[in-house]
Design a protein around this ligand. Structure first.
Ligand SMILES: Nc1nc2c(c(=O)[nH]1)N[C@H]1C(S)=C(S)[C@@H](COP(=O)(O)OP(=O)(O)OC[C@H]3O[C@@H](n4cnc5c(N)ncnc54)[C@H](O)[C@@H]3O)O[C@H]1N2
Ligand code: MOO
Ligand SMILES: [Mg+2]
Length: 429
């Protein structure tokens, strides 16, 4: 008799895995390599930005009070006593009736309190002196970028655990981080199992398929923010696969295998986990695809037995590996973000398990509409290419109709979620 496995509700399965979460160490990476890495420290402004009052225009720095009476008929005439470009500081005193030619980004001279754009003045020369005419009045503060107007010293800017975007690179540079405190990437190993697997470059042969899961998982690992380490593909041979798993475990923080976790004659992962004396957290989850997802721990190291079926493997990764990786990178929102969508297709057949349908999203008047991205089967590979969400259909005795509002999990969203499972209640129990 084949072993009977008891399915665990998805939320409970995720919870069990998250008991093994831990944070990575911090390392310092050059700023130019920091894009896409995760901040290991909160980022706080240690000075005002800008750090001095500056001109937002090419023009003339003036004392606004000199223009109080200025008009078309009776322009104010100011003597231009010098000029400064960005990076220079005007050292002399500017007195009443005087102005300084100033370029965008330059520090406003002491005692000046407004800037007049070049286009708004008439320039005149008299002997060796320069003058400007201004035909309207200006108020103190007109056309000044004030110290601290962008951010003030002491402001909290970015939380640790945030993925470094180009905008954050700009901030890091602004605050002098030529080296950035980043979470060290966990190394995630991949082993593909299956005697049917061909190398990608090999021509098709009868009964064989190309190994797509390994490359899919490597990409998912990178997208999650970790470092993939691929150990190759192995035929369904107990000893070979056992050795591969043992060897790989010594070199990684987490290990993912794909294939061989079900109950088939050549599905050796359950026996390998037994041989290793690994403690199995679960070997069946109340979900489709991915019901065979098996996760075990060797001391504090997780071993993921993901399904060989591509869609099941993909979903298993996003639900169980991603949050462990993201948590290790210091975020407090490690799970896929949950949102709502209008179901674009009916699912009339009830399913006792919670389904995660790979879906395409369309924006209709600010509301997501979700439709399956391809064949809704565990073995489908094409449905993964265009999927940007999983439609979550909790298990139960009824189907789902087009037009219903359903939960979705966003695959490409970077914001993440603390815990998206709160209101997803599988009713098959
Ligand atoms: N009697 C039962 N049979 C099956 C059950 C069950 O409960 N009772 N579960 C089914 C479910 S659900 C799934 S999912 C699969 C899981 O299979 P395994 O994880 O054991 O994976 P394999 O048997 O090795 O392969 C399944 C499928 O995936 C293809 N595959 C494998 N590796 C790759 C790869 N690297 N790249 C692309 N495709 C891969 C493989 O050729 C098979 O077609 O079991 C069901 N059976
Ligand atoms: O693990 Mo299977 O994907 O439920 O089809
Ligand atoms: Mg199998």
């Amino acid at each position: 008799m084949v072993e009977k496995r008891m399915p665990l509700p998805v939320a409970e399965a995720v919870e069990r895995v998250m008991n093994y979460k831990k944070r990575q160490e911090k390392e310092w990476v050059p700023l130019e390599k920091a894009h896409g890495r995760f901040l290991a420290e909160d980022l706080k402004a240690d000075h005002d930005v800008p750090s001095f009052d500056r001109s937002p225009y090419d023009g003339f720095a003036i004392i606004a009070e000199d223009t109080t009476e200025a008009s078309q008929e009776k322009p104010a005439v100011l003597e231009v006593i010098g000029e400064i470009g960005a990076g220079s500081v005007f050292e002399n005193e500017v007195k009443q009736g005087q102005a300084v030619r100033i370029m965008t980004g330059a520090q406003i001279p002491d005692s000046c309190n407004a800037v007049v754009m070049l286009e708004l003045v008439k320039e005149k020369k008299d002997n060796n002196n320069s003058y400007i005419e201004i035909k309207r009045s200006f108020k103190a503060g007109d056309n000044i970028s004030f110290q601290g107007e962008d951010t003030k010293a002491g402001t909290s800017l970015i939380d640790k655990g945030t993925c470094i975007t180009p905008g954050i690179s700009a901030l890091l540079a602004t605050f002098g981080y030529d080296k950035v405190p980043a979470a060290k990437k966990p190394v995630v190993g991949i082993i593909a199992t299956g005697s049917e697997l061909l190398e990608v470059k090999e021509p098709l042969q009868p009964g064989k398929i190309r190994n797509s899961n390994a490359y899919m998982i490597m990409a998912q690992i990178e997208k999650a923010g970790a470092e993939p380490k691929y150990f190759g593909k192995f035929s369904d041979d107990f000893d070979d696969c056992l050795r591969a798993v043992q060897d790989a475990l010594a070199e990684v923080d987490l290990l993912i295998t794909t294939g061989g976790v079900s109950v088939g004659d050549y599905d050796y992962m359950p026996a390998i986990l037994k041989e290793l004396n690994a403690s199995v957290l679960f070997n069946k989850v109340g979900m489709r695809p991915g019901s065979v997802t098996t996760i075990a721990a060797m001391e504090d190291k997780l071993i993921y037995g993901l399904s060989g079926n591509p869609s099941a493997c993909y979903v298993g990764f996003e639900l169980f590996v991603r949050p462990i990786v993201r948590h290790s990178l210091f975020t407090n929102k490690p799970h896929l973000r949950k949102s709502k969508a209008v179901l674009g297709t009916s699912f009339p057949k009830p399913n006792p398990f919670t389904r995660f349908v790979r879906a395409k999203l369309f924006d209709e008047d600010g509301q997501y509409q979700a439709v399956p991205a391809g064949l809704d089967k565990s073995g489908s590979v094409t449905s993964l290419a265009e999927a940007s969400a999983f439609i979550v259909l909790p298990g139960g005795t009824r189907g789902y109709e087009k037009g219903m509002i359903v939960d979705i999990l966003l695959i490409d969203d970077e914001q993440g979620s603390e815990w998206p499972w709160a209101n997803i209640v599988p009713s098959y129990k």
